[in-house]
Design a protein around this ligand. Sequence first.
Ligand code: NAI
Ligand code: MG
Length: 423
Amino acid sequence: MSGLARGKVLFRYADLIEQHTDELAYLETLDNGKPFLLSKYGDVDVVVKGLRNVAGWADKISGQTYKMDGPYQGMSLYEPYGVTGAIIPWNFPMAMFMMKVGPALAAGNTMVVKPAEQTPLTALYLAALAKEAGLPDGALNVVPGFGPTAGAAIASHMDINKLGFTGSTEVGKIVMEAAAKSNLKPVTLELGGKSPVIICEDADLDVAVDIVNLALFFNMGQCCTAGSRIFVQDTIYDAFVAKAVEKAKKRVVGDPFKPEVEDGPQVDETQFKRILEYIESGKAEGAKLLTGGCAVGNKGYYIEPTIFGDVQDDMKIAREEIFGPVMSVLKFKTLDEAIKRANNTAYGLAAAIVSNDIDVANRFTRSVRAGTVWINCYHVYDHSLPFGGYKTSGFGREQGLHSIHSHMQLKAIITPLKDSPWL
Ligand code: NAI
Ligand code: MG
């Protein structure tokens, strides 16, 4: 298919998804537990916009011509990989699905996708809509299954030429090894995080509290980019903590289909238990439990929005990704110290600073080793912005043109120049 024809199908696909917003949002909430209104106005919107963005790129992919040193002409040509694969997680099932499928198809590849075993429903529904949109048979293949079987089959497959993975750092290493040991397929890895948020003493306290509340509690804390290490300058620490606790206590936890609910359950029992274990470890290591800390009710996997104060850098809750509604607040004195401690992590996915001093903010954004840095905001994403990690948070960039290029190989073609008047 030509780029224009691919774009046409993908635009139709986006329209169909938009028309089925309610069904998709319903399935996503049923599967994942996130609030229905967030599924509807957040996740489906991200899917539709991201798909339209890459559909628009489908007929605008171009290389360059090069003036070479000798009597030759060079050109670069973007080519699709052919068959590509993707393994996706359960925290944003449809958004992650489209972040991989959209660019793969727009760039002219086919794709085999494995949704997370916890959340296969929207991927299957999206596959049905793709067929309705006119995608040729075989272009998109959804294979639900477990990681060590279906996932491993994709990672080690000899006929899959490129792999996109989002999930834990632990499994990221496993799939990369499988890719290397099979056909050395290139991989794009989007993995975990332990993202720092620096609250400086000149920050507006209410703004800062709103930012960290969103940074950590959004999606029940199940975000790779969750702002989970909150560094607060010592002079405002007490005032900040009091307000942060007050705000966390107001969050409404419960049935995700009720419109007033902000936090549904954690995705499954494994995650639920894991998070409660982290809370116990925080207590055992001497962090100060300021609010929350318990399950809500005795049915389902609901956890209270939890905040620990006086957290030290070497505590487990400050080092490991919890992936739940557990905030760690740490105290700092100087910016130098905050930068050093912010970088003292194996991860490097996101970071944020809250300050009204542009020089402080600029210094931080250039000092922190993270793929996304927010100044005075959090969880702002866009299909046009590169998204991906530093360090063990992974590599490769997704979204928009970046993701188109990561789904293509770049070929150099050289031809002699005969009797050219110039070189
Ligand atoms: P996971 O990394 O095991 O699962 C992610 C995907 O990888 C799923 O589709 C799963 O089936 C697949 N997978 C698992 N083992 C595999 C294997 N051997 N070969 C190929 N594919 C495999 O994540 P899990 O166990 O669901 O969650 C554990 C922790 O991982 C979470 O608590 C969180 O810290 C982190 N995580 C990070 C995510 C992110 O967005 N970066 C998303 C999900 C989890
Ligand atoms: Mg796992």
